[in-house]
Design a protein around this ligand. Sequence first.
Ligand code: CA
Length: 221
Amino acid sequence: MKILLVEDSERLRTTLSHGLRAEGFTVDAAADGVVATEFLASYEYDHVVLDLGLPRMDGFGVLRALPVGGARPRVLVLSARDQVGDRVEALKAGADDYLVKPFSFDELLARLQALARRPAKMEADILECAGVQLDPLARRAEANGRALELTPREFALLELLLRHRGRVFSRTAILERIAGSNSDASDRSIEVVVFGLRRKLAGAGCTDLIENRRGAGYLVP
Ligand code: CA
C-alpha cells in the first residue's frame, strides 16, 4: 500500500516514514500542503496521513484538493489541535479518520489498517489469482499453498499487479508505486524486482502469472 505522509515537523515526518516503511508501506513524504497537492496530482495513493497545521496550505486545503470518486485515497488526519470543531470540519471536508497528537505509532498503524479494511473501497481482504494468494494486511503471500519469502518491493509489486488485474504497468509506473516518488531507484532496478518475484513464483510452481508486454510493461492478466 502506498502512503502520502504530510507533516511539517521534520522529526515526526522522519520517524513516521521510517516506521511505515519498516511495516512494508511505500511512503512519499511532503512537508507542506502545496507539495502534498503536487504529489496527489501526479501519483495514486491508498492512504494520506495528513497533519492539519501546515505551512503554505493547511490540511483543510489539501482535503479540498483531493480527487473525488473511485481513486480517492483514505485520509487519516493528524493534529495537535484537539478541539471538536477541527475534527468535525476535517471529517466534513472528507477525512476518513482523525488522530490527536501525541499518539503512539502502534495506534497510527492500527487506524491505517482499520481504514484499509473498510468495505467502501471494494478491496478484497485477500487478493487471489491462479493459485497465488496475497494478504495485504498480514503481509503474507503464498503460491500453491507454499509461503513466498518476498522482499518488500517484490511484495508491493505482486500486490500492485494483483490489485489491478488486466492493467499494464510500465517500469516507470511500477517504480513510482513501489519505490516511492523520491527514490533514487532506476527503471533497471524494477527489472531486478520482477526477475526476483518471477523466480520465487516459479519455485512454487507458478510460472506464468506475470506477463511482459514488450515495450509497454507488466501485468497479471
Ligand atoms: Ca504541523
